[in-house]
Ligand binder design. Structure first.
Ligand code: DGP
Length: 126
């Protein structure tokens, strides 16, 4: 790692809610953690399993993460799969959703994968 390593949690936005969760300044129900990722239950669950998986380092969205730190995007997806296995939905099926921008209703500008499962999910999404 170098001082410019974009996977480092030190790369944080002081105004970002999810950076505060990473720093344990805001409490969360953490279900999985790696060196570079954190997973915690969504405060407004939309299904029996609804976990948010984030990189510890602050990146705005999936594309920004892929451009700045592609291996970190892989880490987040792998962690989402691990969460699905842990939650018992890996075989029954689950959805990985990442909202990007206003029209998609992204409300926190720190990449987060919603891992949603535990019930039949409708398609297409609204
Ligand atoms: P999105 O709309 O895609 O940006 O999703 C943001 C999600 O974050 C939303 O489903 C609710 C969740 N959320 C917002 N604030 C908190 C919080 O303080 N704690 C937890 N655990 N989840 C939160």
């Amino acid at each position: 790692m170098t001082d410019n390593d974009a996977t480092r949690p030190a790369q944080r936005d002081p105004d970002c809610l999810f950076c505060k969760i990473v720093a344990r300044e805001v409490p969360a129900d953490v279900v999985h953690e790696t060196e570079t990722t954190l997973a915690f239950r969504d405060i407004q669950p939309q299904a029996p399993t609804h976990v948010l998986v984030i990189p510890k380092a602050h990146h705005r969205d999936a594309v920004a993460t892929a451009l700045a730190a592609p291996a970190l995007l892989t880490d987040v997806v792998v962690a989402a799969g691990e969460v699905a296995r842990q939650e018992g939905v890996a075989d029954s099926g689950y959805r990985i959703v990442t909202n990007t921008g206003r029209d998609a209703q992204q409300s926190v500008d720190h990449l987060h994968l919603h891992v949603v499962g535990g019930r039949g999910l409708q398609w297409p999404p609204g």
